[in-house]
Design a protein around this ligand. Structure first.
Ligand SMILES: C[S@@+](CC[C@H](N)C(=O)[O-])C[C@H]1O[C@@H](n2cnc3c(N)ncnc32)[C@H](O)[C@@H]1O
Length: 246
């Protein structure tokens, strides 16, 4: 099913569009700090292939990961389904010397030819990714043999009862992401081991989950997004096997 035919995905897109500016204010202000930029640059660089890569940032949101990687010299395309998020991303790329390309696109079925990318990255997408098995199959196909898949995430929302509901944004969140919605999110509450197992089942090799204590420290020092509490995040990485490995 494509996102256009999926009313629940539309509900999520509306939520991200409505709070895009607020979301970006927090993310961008953190990434303006040298310690944040250095840490996040390392988090990606440690697992990306050597040299300049073609990278897809799936669920790019307001584009901060895409912009960071483009700043490191990579050729980056960011896709998202929330138009408000893409507006934020476009606005920030105006002064960038080598801006990413930002496009409206579904992370479950990104609109590119097979073998288009050396790497597919995502940050904080997995938990809100519907139909993860289809997405993993498409990402496998979109990577060149030997290309890498990297995602950073955490199980942010234990259960519906624990969600704060004080602000308009929190109320909107609890409505958009009610229990039925979480039922559509295979990684919504998954731990890193479960994600590793699913990536392996999808054919990826050398799959590993690295805890990111340095990011937890930054979260504790600089504060997490509204409605969140600091969690130990993991970087999951894996590789599409080379042709002669299969
Ligand atoms: C928590 S935000 C993360 C944004 C960004 N990656 C970051 O690190 O700041 C999650 C993003 O995933 C996007 N998203 C969720 N499902 C998607 C899908 N199927 N296709 C494209 N984007 C999606 C949302 O619109 C939202 O912008």
């Amino acid at each position: 099913m494509t996102y256009a035919a999926d009313p629940v995905q539309e509900r999520w897109n509306e939520y991200w569009t409505r709070y895009a500016a607020e979301y970006d204010e927090h993310q961008a202000s953190r990434l303006a700090l040298p310690a944040e930029r250095e840490t996040w640059s390392r988090v990606w660089a440690q697992v990306l292939p050597e040299g300049t890569c073609t990278i897809l940032d799936a669920g790019t949101g307001s584009g901060n990961v895409a912009l960071l990687l483009a700043g490191a010299g990579h050729e980056v395309t960011g896709i998202d389904l929330a138009t408000g998020m893409l507006e934020q991303a476009h606005a920030k790329s105006a002064d960038h010397p080598t801006p990413p390309t930002f496009l409206l696109g579904d992370a479950v079925d990104p609109p590119f030819a097979p073998g288009s990318f050396d790497a597919i990255v995502s940050r904080y997408l997995l938990w809100t990714l519907r139909d993860a098995p289809s997405a993993l199959a498409r990402w496998y196909e979109l990577l060149r043999p030997g290309g890498v898949l990297v995602a950073v995430d955490a199980p942010w929302f234990e259960d519906g009862e624990s969600m704060p509901r004080g602000t308009d944004r929190q109320i909107h969140f609890a409505t958009a992401y009610d229990e039925a919605a979480f039922g559509r999110l295979p990684f919504g509450r998954a731990n890193a081991q479960r994600i590793v197992a699913d990536w392996e089942s999808a054919g990826f090799v050398d799959v590993r989950a690295d805890p990111l204590p340095e990011v937890l420290e930054l979260d504790r020092a600089h504060g997490v997004a509204p409605g969140h509490s600091p969690q130990l995040q993991h970087r999951i990485s894996g590789r599409r096997p080379e042709r002669n490995e299969r």
